[in-house]
Design a binder for this molecule. Structure first.
Ligand SMILES: NC(=O)c1ccc[n+]([C@@H]2O[C@H](COP(=O)([O-])OP(=O)(O)OC[C@H]3O[C@@H](n4cnc5c(N)ncnc54)[C@H](O)[C@@H]3O)[C@@H](O)[C@H]2O)c1
Length: 255
């Protein structure tokens, strides 16, 4: 019998920032669906923990500890990963962080870090995995943006701008890589119970923010993984250049 269209059997996925939060859940779900996983993070212990969870599912896991803001390190990472697991078919540009700052408090270093991790890191990870994808004429690249890349917010303008830049790159790459059957999409999560929201909000602030969402809650990180794994699978073979935003109705865009 053919694999079901959401199967990732035989594929190798590189997930950046997979040592915690959503990235870890993407790794687990993709392994459940048959993929082997390259787990990148700056946090070695977190990455190793994700790797054991993937191996417990009888899939291969390879850990690469590096900062995606470092282009030379990205190139080494992708080379090592291909030597170990043979190929990279799926790239999830997930590594990132939030920082609640106002424009007047943002120094050049804050600005550069925001763009280096989210935009430069994603850009050069894509560039590094591209040759193999082109050769095999198969690839899925998923950039993790945010609803704040679409609607923005009255705080963290550098974060909003970096996440919006990822939407631009997504659309450009979708057109540029289409001749090689490489699909590029973005996932723009709303509120997720991981990372920033757990760090920045008190219990009361979080409850108030959840109450403002039409579905009245933030989501579990795994609910974002369903969108990411879908876009990585053959079920999404006619989808490229799109933004999928699981957000509980917080952002509803008209035509
Ligand atoms: N949590 C939310 O509500 C939310 C909403 C929209 C978008 N996002 C985005 O989703 C992604 C994942 O967020 P999360 O909530 O799972 O965060 P998280 O903090 O739980 O996990 C992020 C992981 O990325 C790693 N990381 C950070 N900088 C890195 C770097 N330079 N190189 C390699 N690894 C690095 C961290 O060590 C961490 O393990 C981020 O890009 C974030 O901006 C989050």
């Amino acid at each position: 019998m053919d694999n079901p269209p959401n199967s990732l059997a035989g594929k190798v996925a590189l997930i950046t920032g997979a040592g915690d939060g959503m990235g870890r859940q993407h790794a687990i779900l993709m392994a459940e669906r048959g993929a082997d996983v390259v787990i990148n993070d700056v946090n070695a212990a977190g990455a190793e923990e994700t790797a054991s969870l993937v191996r417990a599912l009888n899939r291969r896991a390879h850990v690469e500890v590096c900062d995606v803001a470092d282009v030379a390190a990205i190139r080494r990472m992708v080379g090592n990963a291909i030597s170990t697991l043979g190929r990279i078919d799926i790239l999830v540009n997930n590594a990132g962080f939030g920082r609640r700052q106002q424009t007047w408090d943002i120094g050049e270093g804050d600005f550069d870090l925001m763009f280096d991790v989210h935009v430069k890191g994603s850009f050069f990870c894509a560039q590094a995995v591209l040759p193999g994808m082109k050769e095999r004429r198969w690839g899925k690249i998923i950039n993790i943006s945010s609803i704040w890349g679409m609607t923005a917010a009255a705080v963290s303008p550098h974060y909003c701008a970096a996440k919006a830049a990822l939407l631009g790159a997504t659309k450009a790459w979708a057109r540029e890589f289409a001749p090689w059957n490489i699909h590029v999409n973005a996932v723009a999560p709303g509120g997720v119970l991981s990372g920033g929201p757990l760090k920045f909000y008190t219990k009361e602030q979080l409850a108030a923010r959840e109450a403002a969402v039409p579905l009245k809650r933030y989501c579990d990180p795994r609910e974002i993984s369903y969108a990411v794994a879908f876009l990585a699978s053959p079920a999404a073979d006619f989808i490229t250049g799109q933004v999928l935003s699981p957000n509980g109705g917080e952002v509803i865009v008209g035509i």
